[in-house]
Write a protein that binds this ligand. Structure first.
Ligand SMILES: [Zn+2]
Length: 138
């Protein structure tokens, strides 16, 4: 077992977080645990407060929140990719988060037809973890 530390800057916000993982564990079952919150973005300061820097309980909550947001975005990105890769390639996929807590992911699909939007919505609805936390903007 070798403890590895990765410095992560998610593509969903400007936080900078270090997490630890064990390189002897298979990637499919590997666990990432918070090592240190280096920087908190403005959006997450508004949710978790400046005390979430470092490695305490607030930092752990911030890490969980950032991971959840990133995974939601990745899930929806993947759903769009499966339904119509041209939307990704043609930059028809964009997203933002609102200011609620947890922050709701808003997805904008430019050039998707009604059937594609329905198929993407069905994939989102099928994932209970996304319930109430992802909105396809009209
Ligand atoms: Zn952030």
């Amino acid at each position: 077992m070798t403890k590895q530390i990765t410095r992560w800057s998610p593509d969903t916000c400007r936080c900078v977080i270090e997490y630890a993982w064990d390189d002897s564990v298979d990637p499919s079952t590997r666990v990432h645990s918070l090592e240190n919150v280096i920087t908190i973005c403005d959006a997450h300061v508004a949710v978790f407060g400046g005390r979430a820097i470092g490695r305490g309980a607030s930092a752990a909550a911030l890490f969980a929140g950032v991971v959840d947001e990133n995974q939601r975005k990745n899930y929806v990105y993947e759903a769009v990719q499966v339904v119509n890769p041209a939307l990704i390639e043609g930059r028809g996929f964009s997203y933002s988060f609102d200011k609620s807590s947890p922050r709701v992911l808003h997805v904008q699909l430019v050039g998707a037809n009604a059937v594609q939007k329905t198929n993407i919505t069905n994939r989102i609805t099928a994932n209970a973890q996304l319930s109430g936390k992802v909105v396809l903007d009209p």
